[in-house]
Design a protein around this ligand. Structure first.
Ligand code: TRP
Ligand code: SF4
Length: 322
């Protein structure tokens, strides 16, 4: 299958990204023709006032992808392939405002991002750009999170409307691939996010990781070492389930319920399991140079550009040469 997905370059990656997105990408790239790109135009739609250095953030993001093991995909930066913008412009001509205004993700974001002025054309038409990203490459499937489902639905609607209006079946209606792993919560039990300051980053040092785990709340009923605990209500147990071997998970579960282990020991094991993942990523990342990142991007861009420009020739013919 041809698979396309993008990520906005808004900051360093954390364990939630790793587990929910990147681990999945690493697997998908083994069996499919995968295109992963840095959605820097999409980042601009919410962060146009933030004075971010999107060029640096984009390259840093690609570096982290490579360090995680995404080495067998076509990787590129969205804004370097101008065809995304061209198709976005054309799709905007045929996308009814109602589809965009009714989009639940749009409404949620407007309600949540109170500190940002996102009453812009760019933010309203975010899904139109996303549709362009996807269908430009004939993607059959798109790995996304739950919140992106409405965008895939709009993508399919735009495709159908285009086919109907211009009487040419140029695009594929993509299906979504929801991430197989449940979302990992942050250290305070809320969604893991930079803005809540509750995340463990792929770039954290072992010391930082340990300090964060050490400070995390556990079962609130387990006040003393000799009290039995309930792992089901403890975040550390979630992390064990995500990162530890099944046998360790079992030991933790029993040890916690019977007060055989203390929370500090439990957190130490958890730390070791997380380090087994983070350490190799850190080591690989250290060795990746910006020149290597640019080489990967150059190769990815060449391939993306070739496919995208062919597609745009067909699109323009269908629209303008009646
Ligand atoms: N909107 C996506 C997100 O925030 C990022 C994205 C942009 C994307 N274009 C895409 C994802 C195309 C999949 C396909 O997660
Ligand atoms: Fe949580 Fe582990 Fe303590 Fe149980 S022993 S409460 S799972 S940290």
């Amino acid at each position: 299958m041809r698979i396309v997905s993008g990520m906005r370059p808004t900051g360093k990656l954390h364990l939630g990204h790793y587990l929910g997105v990147l681990k999945n990408w690493v697997e998908l790239q083994q069996q499919h023709d995968t295109f992963f790109f840095v959605a820097n135009w999409h980042a601009l739609s919410t962060s146009y006032e933030d004075k971010l250095n999107l060029e640096e953030l984009s390259k840093e993001l690609v570096k982290e992808w490579l360090a995680v093991g995404i080495t067998n995909a076509t990787i590129f930066i969205q804004s370097r392939i101008k065809e995304h913008a061209e198709l976005y412009l054309l799709f905007n001509m045929i996308t009814p405002l109602g589809w965009l205004e009714r989009n639940p993700t749009y409404k949620d974001q407007l309600a949540q991002l109170k500190n940002k002025d996102i009453h812009t054309a760019g933010f309203l038409t975010y899904p139109v750009l996303q549709a362009s990203d996807i269908v430009l490459y004939d993607a059959e499937a798109v790995p996304i999170g739950e919140d992106q489902k409405p965008h895939l639905e709009i993508t399919r609607e735009i495709v159908r409307r285009f086919h109907h209006l211009f009487e040419k079946e140029l695009f594929i209606e993509p299906k979504e691939l929801l991430s197989p792993t449940p979302r990992l919560l942050g250290l305070d039990g809320r969604k893991m996010s930079k803005s809540y300051n509750n995340a463990i980053y792929l770039s954290d040092t072992p010391k930082e990781v340990w300090e964060k785990l050490r400070g995390a709340k556990t079962d609130p009923q387990r006040l003393r070492r000799k009290d039995p605990g309930n792992p089901e209500v403890c975040l550390i147990f979630d992390y064990h389930k995500a990162f530890s071997d099944p046998q360790v998970v079992k030991e933790v579960e029993e040890g916690c319920k019977t007060a055989k282990i203390g929370c500090v020991d439990c957190k130490k094991w958890c730390f070791e399991s997380i380090e087994k993942v983070l350490n190799p990523i850190r080591e690989r990342k250290e060795k990746i140079t910006l020149t290597q990142v640019e080489e990967v991007l150059k190769k990815g861009e060449e391939r993306a550009k070739e496919i995208a420009s062919k597609k745009m020739e067909e699109v323009n013919r269908a629209i303008f040469e009646k």
